[in-house]
Design a protein around this ligand. Sequence first.
Ligand code: PLP
Length: 228
Amino acid sequence: LTHNIDVIRAMAPNSCTWAAIKANGYGHGLLPVANALASQADGFGVARLDEALKLRAGGVVKPILLLEGFYSADDLPAVVAHNLQTVVHGEEQLLAFEHATLAHPVTVWLKIDTGMHRLGVHPDDVSDFIERLNACPNVAKPLHFISHFGRADEPEHPLTQQQIDVFTSLTASQSGFKSLAASSGTLMWPTSHFDFVRPGISLYGVSPVSERTGADFGLQPAMTMTSS
Ligand SMILES: *Cc1c(COP(=O)(O)O)cnc(C)c1O
């Protein structure tokens, strides 16, 4: 893990790194992975609040980002209490912030759907979300921006450059941090690195593309499985 994050960071030398350790550290163990990467990752990305709470309970003090945000307004007090950062990808989460009374403002990453069509705010709605989040006292300023690629694991796929262009134009006038690349963007699309890269599968030594192995990128397997 420590070798792999070095290799990955060297590919994006001007960016900070959120190490994606959701899904029990991709099966390697949430806390063991967090502890192994603690000095090299700038922070950790998890999918669910309970994963973030396990990290905090295990002594992890680095920044933690909820990559899919929170599920209900009831989660917000824990987000505040444990100093978590969260994605906002839709109206429900925005309304939760607007209606909450929180002890401290929360660092928010507005997720833009630049073309993957899984989670995120439609480009037409981004300026409205920015305005409302900026007007909301529960949201720390400046606002940060995040998006996710749909086909960056296909080296020639035109969607990737389109997503970079959409993300760039929607966030150009914004002062907050920007983050677009997961493993495939980090290793293969240098113009997608922005302020934070978010490697997951590559940390564990696995290539994010089918045509190349982890070793082709200088990565080493973090797990060995044997069977009879
Ligand atoms: C899982 C995830 C990542 C890491 O993706 P890999 O392809 O495993 O590198 C990055 N960002 C988000 C939002 C994720 O959900």
